[in-house]
Design a protein around this ligand. Structure first.
Ligand SMILES: [Fe+2]
Length: 594
């Protein structure tokens, strides 16, 4: 049975194709359209999925949209009318958005793909999140918690899932919390207040939090109060997101926390103002963590299960996830590589397969690499046309060359195999660099990523060596499989891992098993043999404001526009003519550190 899942029209559209119960392709529209966070109907992603499977649309048994547009319409209409007259400005915009495309989704899907309307199905938004979290995780029975800004009405849901021995699958929702009471909205309101982009820059608030102290926790708690039934409610006088599209926080919010940050001014932690913003970030982060932990503790007590699957955009918060692992009572926590709305495309398709059609349970491959594959020969051709030398070599030689490059202090653009699905580069579209010095971190920020200096870079380490350099609690390696947890760098190694150690001594690390990305695993070992430390800095292969690269041509164009020294795609290695010899070799860097 061929089922296409689609998420679209909010942010980060995506498509996923499930054939006989197993995903065969999943890709975000932005990676193909090259428009970051593309929320358009994902025609390119759909085409890519169908091409990959050599399938025509009429071979699809179902096309599943990741939420129920009429329920969403109901929510927007109800909230707008409730908030009238304050909401009158937002009303035309909301109606235009919904009436323009979303409500008529069946007709739109049907006409775009040429499939009959009866084949177009819908899942609820949080069902899609729950299915993406539970059905892709290697567990047979787990509690499920999903949290985001909002779907149709739900903003947080708790439940459980079970894959039965007879092949049937059950996903049960126990309770949900409804709009406008939303942890995601609380966090996003601070994201906006702190001058970052909502739905995109929430991780910057998490990075900023490490520079502050949670001195405003009591104030944040005035915004969100726990209710006797164990849920929470926002105090709406501090918010405006439910009445207007213009601003998410109210003047009462500003009275409480002070003037919002001007997004065009850098944050200076040496000023009272800069410290105030960092303290606000630390405080909302703390309240988010505490609330998630309390909800998960009660879910643990209620279900008595040992595994928890987490979904929704809030599950991207690696600091909160690490707290959940430590304090919720669950032994194992699974976060999929794409817990946000893009991942709902896979979730919707799998939910439809297992629950709607009742197809038998299947074990799924446990990796994030569901996108198009990179073609090394395309890179070789592009580079040679430009007069760069492009060496094509077999695996062993290539890995030795690249390990030499990294040990010589060079920065490497690394592309191999299928593109990651989800926001994180997990070793197939990564920029790799020596992780030892602050100079390297600053160089990456200044010459390649052009981003705020307070944001940390992530490391990748082979699973065999992770415990030597990082303080990994039981269950931590699973969370770090897709970079979903933040854990301490061991104190004795911090001075040698300065480029990836955050100001609070932690790192959002990826722990790599050989089977998931064998070439990167070999590269880490080869780098370790040269430098004594098999850890690399791993940041997504893109420039600021651009989506992660997909094809060789995008990697090559990025390589030309910034100071990456070496580019690898498949078996092809290209070195910039001007690059490399002047770099500081790693062993020299480490002497300086020592
Ligand atoms: Fe969502």
């Amino acid at each position: 049975m061929n089922i296409l899942g689609i998420s679209a029209h909010y942010h980060d559209s995506a498509a996923a194709l499930v054939v006989d119960g197993v995903p065969v392709c999943a890709v975000q529209e932005e990676r193909l359209s090259r428009h970051k966070g593309d929320s358009a109907f994902p025609l390119l992603a759909i085409e890519s999925c169908l091409q990959h499977a050599r399938m025509d649309p009429d071979e699809l048994d179902a096309v599943v949209f990741y939420e129920r547009p009429m329920l969403k319409f109901d929510r927007v209409l109800t909230c707008t009318l409730r908030a009238f007259p304050q909401s009158w400005r937002a009303f035309p915009k909301a109606m235009k958005n919904l009436l323009g495309e979303k409500v008529w989704m069946r007709g739109i899907v049907s006409s775009h793909l040429g499939v009959p309307g009866r084949k177009v199905l819908f899942t609820e938004h949080h069902q899609s999140h729950a299915a993406a979290a539970f059905l892709t995780a290697p567990t047979r029975r787990a509690a499920i918690m999903t949290a985001d800004a909002v779907g149709e009405w739900a903003t947080l849901s708790i439940g459980d899932g079970e894959r039965l021995s007879n092949g049937a699958t059950k996903i049960r929702r126990i309770r949900e919390i409804r709009f406008p009471h939303s942890l995601g909205m609380l966090y996003s309101t601070f994201t906006a207040y702190l001058g970052f982009k909502v739905n995109e820059d929430e991780y910057k608030v998490m990075g900023l939090a490490a520079y502050g102290k949670p001195t405003r926790v009591d104030d944040v708690r005035r915004l969100i109060r726990r209710t006797p039934d164990g849920a929470f409610a926002l105090d709406l006088k501090y918010f405006e997101f439910h009445t207007t599209a213009e601003r998410s926080y109210s003047s009462r919010f500003v009275e409480l926390f002070g003037p919002p940050r001007n997004p065009y001014e850098p944050i200076d932690f040496n000023t009272l103002e800069g410290q105030r913003f960092a303290d606000c970030a630390a405080s909302v982060q703390r309240v988010l963590e505490d609330t998630m932990v309390e909800l998960a503790q009660s879910l643990h007590r209620e279900t008595g299960l040992t595994d928890l699957c987490l979904g929704g955009g809030v599950a991207l918060n690696g600091v909160a996830n690490a707290h959940l692992l430590a304090e919720s009572g669950f032994d194992r926590i699974f976060v999929p590589p794409a817990p946000g709305d893009a991942g709902c495309a896979i979730g919707a398709a799998l939910y439809c397969d297992r629950i709607h059609f009742g197809n038998p349970d299947r074990d799924l491959p446990d990796h994030p690499f569901w996108g198009p594959s990179v073609d090394g020969s395309e890179l070789a051709q592009l580079a040679r046309e430009d007069g760069h030398s492009a060496a094509v070599c077999e695996d062993g030689a290539l890995i030795n060359h690249v390990a030499d490059d990294l040990a010589a202090g060079r920065i490497v653009g690394w592309m191999e195999g299928a593109l990651e699905f989800g926001p994180r580069a997990l070793g197939h579209r990564s920029i790799l660099a020596p992780p030892h010095t602050t100079e390297m971190r600053d160089r990456l920020n200044r010459e390649i990523k052009y981003r705020e200096p307070f944001r940390p870079f992530a490391p990748v380490v082979p699973i065999e060596a992770a415990g030597r350099y990082f303080d990994i609690p039981p269950g931590g390696a699973r969370l770090a499989r897709f970079m979903s947890g933040v854990f301490p760098v061991r104190r004795e190694w911090r001075s040698q891992l300065r480029a990836i150690t955050h100001v609070d001594g932690t790192a959002r690390l990826q722990i790599l098993e050989h089977a998931m990305a064998p070439r990167l695993h070999k590269l880490l070992e080869a780098y370790g043999r040269r430098t004594g430390i098999p850890v690399l800095l791993n940041t997504s292969f893109n420039l600021a404001g651009e989506p992660i690269v997909n094809r060789a041509v995008e990697g090559y164009s990025t390589f030309l526009r910034c100071k990456i020294d070496v580019l690898v795609a498949g078996g092809t290695r290209v070195m910039k003519r001007s690059s490399g010899m002047e770099r500081t070799p790693v062993n020299k860097m480490k002497e300086e550190v020592a």
